[in-house]
Write a protein that binds this ligand. Structure first.
Ligand code: SF4
Length: 310
């Protein structure tokens, strides 16, 4: 949960999640829909699916016991180098390094490493330095201290070098390059995209579709979408796999939602129309009442649209 998300935001989700799935076995036995529903609002749903998949792997391949080696940890879905190092050192006391945003900055400054960071290749020298620093005794405590130092003392802007316990051995401090290190990697450009969500109504129900493999929010429910803003999207209804054959009538505008997904800023026009037919039944497609939307695991813009419907 803490990958890409701050502790304050995670707290309530964590408590609710553990209440519902107190053991690995309970999580492994859960339906994906229930896992995603509890994750709703936390974002980055891939984490939920991978956590679920990891629980299943632990039950199926490791007799329900968490693997206790770095290789075993990394073989689980969703556990990369950083998370494996964190579990190995903090939970199992293994002398494995952790490189994340805070410890990366501290180590780069300590070593005077003035090269762009934040990519696998750029961070490799930092991993090597971190591996050389982590002690045999209390590696978890050491790793946590390094991360805390980065979060509280060696901050991105205006680090507190005057009170830093490592000032005497910090190359960046001694060479006056604290503000230059770490070097910033080039930012990815944000792409602006226009889409239209269509609330199709028929017999007191609305049509929802499930996001498919490889799509943003895979596995979550959403309203059907068309490329382009509302004025151009209207023409796409008959060509759309989901909406063609429903005999959709004229559309009326409900509003516009702005949201962001991985370097994409999306302007989402929301329109409503009535369907003359319900179309063929298909998996990943449901007609639901407005009240039953509450129990579906929905994308965050989908949830905002559901609220528009009252
Ligand atoms: S001396 Fe300053 S730059 Fe160096 S580790 Fe401490 S806070 Fe960071």
């Amino acid at each position: 949960m803490l990958q890409q998300t701050q502790v304050e935001r995670v707290k309530d989700f964590y408590v609710r999640f553990l209440d519902r799935f107190p053991t690995v076995a309970a999580l492994a036995a859960a339906a994906e829909h229930d896992v995603l529903r509890l994750w709703e609002g936390l974002g980055y749903y891939r984490r939920a699916r991978q956590l679920h998949a990891a629980a299943k792997t632990i039950v199926a391949d490791h007799a329900g016991e968490f693997p206790r080696t770095l290789a075993g940890l990394r073989s689980l879905p969703g556990i990369g180098r950083y998370t494996a190092g964190a579990i190995a050192s903090i939970a199992f006391d293994l002398p494995e390094p952790i490189v994340e945003a805070n410890s990366r900055r501290v180590i780069a400054r300590l070593a005077g490493h003035a090269a762009p960071l934040g990519t696998a290749a750029g961070d490799e020298p930092i991993w090597e330095l971190a591996a050389g620093l982590v002690p045999q005794q209390h590696p978890g405590r050491f790793n946590q201290a390094l991360m805390d130092l980065g979060a509280l003392v060696c901050t991105p802007e205006q680090p507190l070098c005057g009170t830093c316990p490592l000032a005497a051995c910090c190359v960046a401090k001694q060479t006056g390059r604290v503000t230059e290190i770490p070097m910033k990697a080039a930012r990815r450009e944000v792409k602006h995209v226009c889409e239209t969500a269509v609330v199709v109504r028929r017999a007191g129900r609305v049509l929802v579709v499930r996001r498919g493999p490889g799509e943003w929010w895979e596995g979550l429910w959403d309203f059907p979408r068309l490329p382009g803003a509302a004025r151009v999207a209207r023409r796409g209804i008959e060509r759309s796999d989901v909406l063609s054959g429903l005999a959709c009538g004229a559309t009326s505008r409900l509003g516009t939602i702005e949201h962001t997904v991985t370097h994409h800023r999306i302007t989402l026009d929301v329109v409503a129309c009535a369907a003359g037919r319900s179309g063929k039944a298909a998996t990943g497609r449901r007609w639901v009442t407005a009240t039953s939307l509450a129990s579906l695991a929905m994308t965050s813009p989908g949830r905002r649209i559901a609220r528009m419907l009252g």
